[in-house]
Design a protein around this ligand. Sequence first.
Ligand code: AHR
Length: 331
Amino acid sequence: MLKRISTLVLMGALAATMSACGGGGGSTGATTGDSGGGSDKLVMGFSQVGAESGWRTANTKSVQDSAKNAGVELKFSDAQQKQENQIKAIRSFIQQKVDVIAFSPVVESGWDTVLKEAQTAKIPVILTDRAVDSPDTSLYKTFLGSDFVEEGKKAGQWLVDQYKDEKGDVNIVELQGTTGSAPANDRKAGFADVIKADPKFKVVASQTGDFTRAKGKEVMEAFLKSNADIDVLFAHNDDMGLGAIEAIEGAGKVPGKDIKIITIDAVKDGMQALADGKINYIVECSPLLGPQLMDLAKKVVAGETVEQRVVTQETTFTQEQAKEALSSRQY
Ligand code: AHR
């Protein structure tokens, strides 16, 4: 499909420059939808996990906006949190002979067959946001996204520091992300790795809330019914934490005081709750992966070598830091 890769790379760079100068904002060609084939643009098939959280909405916008700005034609598919939908979308991208496939795998396992199909069709694949657990790293060109283990560790470290003088048990409940997903597996592991240093930290309940606000609320209600003495909630994302806040308030307790809350993401709603004192600490996970993704896609399609792993830069927020950062928060 791509005849003159180098020309395309140049065109993409030009489009990006135009947009940076304010000249490309009105571009209509790079929106989601069908390419109709035969286009001179680099065509990317992108399979998104779904729309489960504020993070995901911001990530989708980042990818779509960046594609426009970079002059990339995006074929966007929403998998609604289902692996079978992602596999179908990838097969359809292969059939359509896109130039590059990017996707954020809903779960870690079960991708080898479809990734081999893409490899046989000579279509490069980029993993974005979430990883796959395949030992065969030749099945994808690069993986762009956060270090989820590190995020879990940062959450655990804050807890250890906060409770360093505590002599009694610290009872923790954990709201996990989507079962089998890289962020759920890794954040759980990173957190556990840090708190295991002191046996007073006890995870008394741990269950999935599927990264959604509604499920976070529902599971927290159940936690509150079966555990009389909860000191801390560790939620694998802001949305579940925000749902849990509703459950805690519904049970007549004060979030942030009666139950300390740590979450991950730092989307606007989460940051607002942190500034309001309802959350105690947030570990950032940036959804703004679009610009780097477009850049990597152009390089990969042009046959350039790229790093196998590109880790996103992230920080953490206390309540005071959230108050300062809130007004300039992009998502
Ligand atoms: O994979 C990133 C995670 O997915 C985000 O932390 C969460 O909010 C989203 O659903």
